[in-house]
Each structure stands twice: as C-alpha cells, then as structure tokens.
Design a protein. Structure first.
Length: 592
C-alpha cells in the first residue's frame, strides 16, 4: 500500500491522509450507530427530547442529500470526543455533570447541523446548555437560560433557533457572527500554494478533550494574535519538505486555544478520540508553533493509521523510559512519541540546512540533535521490547531507515554537546526518580561502605515505582544560550530576572553548566548536594560536570544505586558521604 509506505517513512501526503479520513469516517459512523442503539434501550432516556432514532433518521436524510455535509460532522473533532465520552457514560464507566439526556442530546444537535448543511427543511428539538444551543461544526446560539430544550427550524433558506418567544436567526454563512449567534471561525495559512485552514474552536463544549468547557469566545485582539501566529507558523511548515506539508494541512481540522501551561516547553496536545484536533496555548513564537503543528499532525496520522492497521500487541504497561517525558510510559505511548519526534527531527533538519550561521543555525542544530537522539532511544526500546505485528515490523523498519539518514549528519560542537548532555540529564533524572533499588541489597552496600570493605559484586535489583516528576531547568537554559547569547550572558551576570516564557530565576550552577564551565558547575552541584542530598537534579548535574573517570561512569550507569546507598547511609548518625567518593567506591565493584 503506497500510503502505508509514505506514513512508515514519517511523512504521508494528502492522498494518504484522505485514506485515514475515510477510515475515521467509517469508524465514527459505526460508533454512532452503537450509541443510538444503546441510548434507545436506556431506561433514563430520552428525557424531554425526541427518541435518539429520530436524530439518526434525520442524519440519514442529510446524508442522502449531501454526503459531504454528514462527513463534515462525522469528522468534526468534538463529535469524536462527545461520542467516546457518551459511550463510556452509557456503559457506566464515566460520570459527567448534568443529566444523561442532555449529553446524549448532542446527537440531536449534530443531526440538526448536518441537515442545515444539507439544506433540508426540518424541525427538531435540541438541548440547551451553557446559556445556549451548540450546533456542532457551525456555531453557538445564545438564548435565555429559561428552558432545557430549544428547537432548530429550517424552512426554505431560513434557519432559526427557537426558545419560547426568543429566536435566533442564523446567517446564510454559518461562520459569520449575527445577533446572538457566534459562528465557528477559521484560521488560514497559505504559502507556496499549500493551504491549511483549521477551525479555531472557542465554543463547543467538547472541543477540549481534556475537560468539558463552556464557550470562551476569543476577543478581537486575541483572534488577531492567533491569526498572525498561525500564518507565520504555517509558512515555516509549508517551507519544509521532510514531512509532506500537504498531508499536515489535510489532517489539521481544528485548533483549540486552551489556558494550560507547560514549562519549559509550550503546551500542545492531541487525542485519538478527537481526530484532527490540536489543543494549543497561544503564548509561543512561530518557530515553536510550527514544530508543535508538525508534532501533533504526526500523532493524528498515527492514531488514525492504528485504527486501520494494528501495529503493536498489548504494550499498555506504564514501565518504559520515554526520553521526552519524565514519567514511565507504555509501549503504545512510546510508539506515538517516536513517530511525532521523527517528524519534528525532520522539521529541524530542514531548518538547519536553510539557516545561516549564528543563533538560528545553532538553535536548529541543537533541536535536530536532541530530537533525533530522543527518537533513536525510543525506537531502540520499541525494537527490543514491543510485540509487533508484521505490519508493525514493516512500519518500524521504515522509521529506522528514515532516522538512519539523519543520525549520520554532523552538527556543530556546542549545540551537539548541549543536546548530548540533556539526553543524559533526562535519563539520569528519570532513573533516580522512578527506579527503586532492592532494600535488603541496598542495605548490604551501605554496610560495606561503613565497614570500609570492597563493595558487593552483585548489584541490587530494581523495580519501577513512579513518582511525581518535576520540570528540569537546564533545557530552557541551553535553548536560551543558543537562541539569545546576549540575553543568556546578561542572565548569567545577574542582569536578568528569569527565563523568557515562564519559570523561576535559574540557579547559578545551572547557568554555569549551560555556559560550559564544568569546573564551576561541579563546585556548585557539590554545594547543592551538601545542602540538600535529595536534590535529584543536582545529582544529575554532578554526573554531567564530572571529568571522565570511575565516578562519572558510575553515576551515568547506576545513578539510582548511588542515590539509594547515599540515602541509606544518611539513616545513621552523622553526615552522609561525599557523593563523588561514594560513586568512585561503587565503581570499584568487581575489581581486584
């Protein structure tokens, strides 16, 4: 299959995405039919609304008149979110505020939208919530909050929403605003003939797949900001050729502005239940937004592909290391991350080839080196541990082939060193946070230290015990040094209050590390550990700053053992041992 081969190389054009869309349409229609059957047999339904089968019949009428209208509804991302949530609720697997009939009533609103788009005369009841009526994929009609049910009427070319004496007339172009009507608007990016025009959804209650939200209309200034950022970001996406931009544009259906924050990197998210939807925090620059669009488009494509073609068996245990997250992940999540970051690696490789010398080139080199290393690490874990289907093996071979081309590319020394250090930094913190050593064996190691004997030959066993991770400061400092050398220098000299985009003022020792001053960083991390021996980030910084030797090798290979033995030794009276001396002693295991 040509489309599968394209996707397996981390790309996929508009024809491949069209096949994925077709699969999503069929899947949604099947789930929708299942919901109608379940809702029709539920004792608490239909409430004050007509039976669910009435909505289904209207939907079928609309499809006969205009298949494209129904497809638009079936592929509207909030419909997928509502459908999965409502099915879980009908099965008793999920609770939600508000009556069940109102949640199921979204089906009637969906059928009304399809009929309006198809131009069918009809009259249908729909639920009222959040001060109005949502018509999925079209807009939101504000009506007085005095009733639970309103009516949508289409007669000739006139469409209205009725609630008692109150009526809202819908404009001929549903995307336009009118009195008491908020149309669902679009963003638009166009560059070199490649267009991407997703909805910017600020009204649908199911637009945010993380939680149900009432309408939060963007003001004129906010909307203009989104327009400008998206246009500039899309120009960068369309310029690169590593991931087919036409495929990216075809699978981005909606952008949802959200208030969530993530530090040190901006927030973005997608979900298999919301095909084509990307949640985004708007506070980001065009280059970062462009990389996020590529990243989330990769997730969207892979999720749709896995609905059609099984790639992996099982893989749900959250025990594996993902080099882009500090919490243990399942293999299925690892596959998603590998695919997304393969696309991001390609994006930054294209930027690196285009950038002139200076901060832009150094930034691109750093991101390219970091993302390819993360992708390679995740891919190795999948190839080692995942139970792949035959198609899954073929798919991973394609990813491996694509990545191999990029792993051979040289990068400048400073961005390369920072990227390499951050790969180690992340892995060290993850191991120290989530790998617990066997208590009895750890106690034996602590006893041997106290008795000044050789360390035991056998390492303690480890198990994964997830704990709450915290964000690391060093990646943001590395990016600042490369992107804005002058700003980084001012920050290091004490002339800056904090990091751009959020985060507290950085620790001096982390600045020394980012500047490449290993001696100063080593002194600083030693001091931090003396003040707080449980400072995991300082343990990792110590390993990064040590010169080559036994102590550094020990901390890089067995950081969780060094921390566990040090913690065990601190249970006795007196101060704990010097971390470097302890690491050096652990490194003598098996010698002599």
């Amino acid at each position: 299959m040509e489309s599968f081969a394209e996707l397996a190389l981390g790309s996929g054009g508009s024809s491949a995405v069209a096949e994925l869309r077709s699969g999503q349409r069929s899947r949604t229609m099947l789930l929708l039919r299942a919901l109608v059957d379940m809702a029709s047999a539920h004792p608490a339904l239909p409430g004050p609304l007509p039976p669910p089968r009435d909505a289904w019949r209207l939907l079928v009428r609309a499809e006969h008149r205009s298949p494209a209208a129904v497809e638009r509804l079936l592929l509207h991302p909030p419909v997928g979110v509502w459908l999965h949530r409502c099915l879980r609720r009908l099965r008793g697997l999920e609770s939600e505020d508000g009556p069940l009939w109102s949640a199921v009533g979204y089906l009637h609103a969906m059928a009304a939208s399809a009929a309006l788009l198809a131009g069918i005369d009809f009259r249908g009841a729909v639920p009222v919530r959040e001060g109005g009526v949502i018509l999925p994929a079209l807009g939101f009609a504000r009506i007085p909050d005095t009733t639970d049910v309103a009516e949508v009427v289409m007669s000739g070319q006139k469409a209205v929403v009725l609630s008692g004496p109150h009526s809202v007339t819908l404009p001929a172009d549903f995307s336009e605003d009118a009195p008491d009507w908020h149309g669902l608007r679009r963003l638009r990016g166009e560059h070199r003939g490649i267009v991407c025009s997703p909805l910017v959804d600020d009204i649908d209650p199911y637009r945010d797949f993380l939680r149900i939200r009432g309408p939060e209309r963007l003001g004129a200034e906010e909307r203009q900001g989104w327009r400008e950022r998206f246009e500039n970001a899309w120009r960068l996406v369309a310029e690169q050729r590593q991931v087919d931009p036409r495929g990216i544009g075809a699978c981005l259906v909606s952008v949802v502005p959200v208030p969530y924050t993530a530090w040190p990197e901006p927030f973005s998210a997608s979900s298999p239940e919301a095909y084509g939807c990307v949640l985004l925090n708007g506070a980001t620059d065009p280059l970062t937004l462009a990389a996020a669009l590529v990243h989330e488009a990769q997730h969207i494509k892979l999720s749709a592909l896995m609905d059609l073609v099984p790639l992996i068996e099982g893989g749900l245990e959250e025990i594996h290391y993902a080099p882009w997250r500090l919490d243990p992940r399942p293999l299925r999540g690892l596959l998603q991350g590998v695919y997304a970051f393969l696309g991001v690696t390609g994006f930054w490789w294209d930027r690196l080839r285009r950038a002139e010398s200076g901060p832009a080139r150094n930034t691109a080199a750093f991101e390219f080196a970091l993302r390819r290393a993360q992708t390679a690490s995740g891919l190795r874990t999948l190839l080692t541990h995942a139970e792949l289907t035959p198609r899954g093996k073929e798919f991973l071979r394609g990813l491996e082939k694509r990545l191999a081309e990029w792993l051979e590319q040289p990068v400048p020394s400073v961005p390369g060193r920072l990227a390499s250090d951050l790969i180690e930094d992340h892995r060290l913190v993850h191991r120290m946070r989530h790998l617990a050593t066997e208590p009895e064996r750890t106690a034996q190691w602590a006893w041997a230290w106290r008795e000044r004997t050789d360390p035991p030959r056998e390492l303690p066993g480890t198990s994964v015990r997830p704990t709450r991770p915290e964000a690391l400061a060093r990646p943001a400092l590395a990016r600042l040094r490369l992107r804005d050398p002058a700003g980084f220098a001012r920050l290091r000299e004490g002339g800056g209050a904090g990091l751009p985009g959020g985060g507290a003022a950085p620790d001096r020792v982390d600045l020394d590390w980012a500047a490449g001053d290993a001696a100063a960083a080593l002194r600083g991390y030693r001091a931090r550990l003396e003040a707080d021996p449980d400072d995991i980030a300082a343990w990792a910084g110590l390993a990064l700053s040590l010169p080559d030797g036994v102590a550094r090798t020990t901390l890089l290979n067995h950081p969780e053992l060094a921390v566990a033995v040090h913690r065990e030794l601190r249970t006795a009276p007196g101060r704990g041992p010097d971390p470097v001396a302890l690491a050096r002693w652990i490194g003598t295991r098996g010698r002599g």
